[in-house]
Write a protein that binds this ligand. Structure first.
Ligand code: ACO
Length: 376
């Protein structure tokens, strides 16, 4: 195979069709099942968007109510899953804790190997309902705080924040959080979604696919970037230090987290919506210094490299202002993206072909073990 035929990282390769979402770098747009994500973020709940991704249409009032009933009834952190989390060392990264907990839920599920669409839909709903309890409990135990029971009178976002912080969020905070979840919910064949599709293509189960996807999302080149953005902010400190910090970072060829994208080269279509939500939080909690640092790093880096922010750039600081620990940021991405992963898992299963690409061997030529004598 000629080197020219090899596309490292599958860059620019179209591997399949999907009806779940459309990422168009030319028009800089993102559609979920045909709807611009900005319109969904402005008008819908996260629950309605998850339904849209799984079923192809926004729910009517009855469908939404049925889904909400199911989701609210399955929010509790199961005792056996809690025991597994408690057995993990305190230094375990929250993404490792979440990956382990989801794996435990799958191992205990009686329908784990039932790959019928209805069973997958049930598993997807169940994981969507259960992940907030895992993420919230893990942050609380790190802070030496007790588990907080879910509330079934609150929507998904408000209950998530309630279980994490033990107080009801106000409208500004709840809205910004919901916007982030909707923007993170789906993004076509990104690395974690593709991982989930590869696992599904072997006829493995939805839980295994989600566990694999969590592993892929953890890396700093993908979902781990929202956490990494906050580490960068901490490292720089204040807006006046951006210039010298960038000189040093670029001299050492460091990647600046929260900037750049494999598909969008002229800016990430989700950023303006998340930036607007971040701005409301900045004003709400009075975080002018953080906002100045954000603006300065963006304008300096764009001016120097012509590389634009991706969604992780505004969402990291937004999660910080909401009160999440930096280590918890990427699990929040999981809570949202499990909706998109599940939609892709069901799409892959419905029209499956084992994903098994070829490789071009460039190792040593054939050779033989000294002393080996063929028997025939
Ligand atoms: N900081 C510094 N330089 C960068 C950055 C960055 N964030 N992004 C790209 N570049 C440079 C590369 O160094 C490379 O330069 P070179 O040609 O001189 O070697 C050039 O731009 C092309 O970069 P690639 O990494 O080859 O582009 P690719 O399309 O593979 O990368 C990626 C996309 C991995 C997201 C990259 O931009 C990156 O590492 N960004 C930082 C991590 C990040 O924010 N990830 C989040 C992704 S979006 C999401 O998960 C919501």
């Amino acid at each position: 195979m000629a080197d020219a035929d090899i596309r490292k990282g599958l860059a620019g390769v179209t591997v399949d069709t999907t009806a779940v979402s459309k990422v168009d770098p030319e028009s800089n747009s993102l559609l979920y099942r045909g709807y611009p994500v900005q319109e969904l973020a402005a008008t819908q709940s996260f629950e309605a968007v998850a339904h849209l991704l799984w079923h192809g249409e926004l729910p009517d009032a009855e469908q939404l109510a049925a889904f909400e009933r199911f989701e609210r009834a399955h929010r509790e952190l199961d005792a056996d899953v809690r025991a597994i989390i408690d057995a993990l060392p305190g230094h375990a990264h929250p993404m490792d804790v979440l990956r382990t907990a989801v794996s435990a839920i799958g191992a205990a599920a009686p329908d784990v190997s039932d790959n019928a669409r209805n069973a997958d839909l049930r598993k997807a709903r169940l994981l969507l309902a259960k992940i907030p309890a895992i993420v919230a409990y893990d942050q609380r135990r790190r802070r030496g705080q007790e588990l907080i029971a879910p509330r079934d009178d609150l929507d998904y976002s408000r209950n998530f924040l309630w279980m994490t912080f033990g107080e009801e969020p106000d409208d500004v905070v709840a809205h910004a959080f919901t916007v982030s979840l909707i923007l993170y919910a789906e993004h076509s064949f990104n690395a974690s979604t593709f991982t989930a599709r590869v696992i599904t293509s072997t006829t493995s189960d939805l839980y295994s696919a989600v566990v694999g996807a969590i592993g892929a999302l953890k890396g700093a080149l993908h979902g781990g970037a929202n956490e990494a953005v906050m580490h960068v902010f901490d490292e720089i400190g204040t807006a006046d230090r951006v210039g010298p910090w960038l000189d040093e970072a670029l001299a050492h060829k460091r990647k600046i987290m929260g900037f750049g994208h494999r598909v969008y080269k002229k800016g990430d279509s989700r950023v303006p919506t998340m930036k607007a939500a971040l701005d409301t939080l900045v004003e709400h909690v009075g975080a002018a210094d953080l906002a100045a640092l954000y603006d300065e790093l963006e304008s300096e880096f764009v001016a120097r490299k012509g590389i634009y922010p991706n969604l992780d750039y505004p969402s990291g600081p937004a999660y910080h202002l909401i009160g999440f620990d930096t280590l918890t940021f990427t699990p929040l991405f999981v809570a949202a993206r499990v909706a998109g992963w599940s939609a892709h898992i069901m799409e892959q299963a419905a029209s499956n072909a084992l994903i098994r690409p070829l490789s071009a061997y460039d190792g040593v030529p054939e050779r033989h073990v000294a002393g080996y004598v063929p028997t025939e």
